[in-house]
Write a protein that binds this ligand. Sequence first.
Ligand code: CA
Length: 231
Amino acid sequence: MSDHAATNSACIMIVEDEPKLAALLADYLHVGGYQTSIIANGLDAIPAIKKSVPDLVLLDLMLPGKNGIDICRELRSFSHVPVIMVTAKVEEIDRLLGLQIGADDYICKPFSPREVVARVQAILRRAGYASDKPMPPAGLLMDESKHEATLNGQTLDLTPVEFRLLKTLCDNEGRVLSRDQLMNKVYPDYRVVTDRTVDTHIKNLRRKLDHASPDRELIHSIYGLGYRFEK
Ligand code: CA
């Protein structure tokens, strides 16, 4: 345990058969300072846990090969590793609690990846793991001096134009900005740009924001008027 506390490299095993969801969880857990491994088939879970001895298991309920209930029960016959069970239906949680399968916590899909990281941290803390990395800050942070923007703790790789565009939208949160207004801010030299240029930049910006915050849309299109930023 002391090793983990010193390096904060607790390893989280993600047992999840949806590759996109597994990758997203892994991304967030990496930002939180954890190592991850991904197992996609229920049959592989127990052998993998025995082999790599993870510090916590995120266990999906519905899996090909062997379901999460059976895996959790089998796991409890030889290990006390914390388990967070992931279910698709909130009603299932009551049933699982009744079965007393030995999971430490339950999360229902769709969940926010931030919430999962918070639960993982809480459980590991309870289990005695220190974490020297603070929870990634929620929301958008923009540092103008460094031209750096982070969203939910993830650095956004923005071009200078995208940075100014995002800053302008963010400074005018809740207000609709026309394409002209945006361009006047983004290109202070009054370079002539077309509406399509604005839309292209917005599209790229959205894609980058979406990667760091897949569960919430931040830039809204207002038909015929322009764009509005909302946290
Ligand atoms: Ca599944």
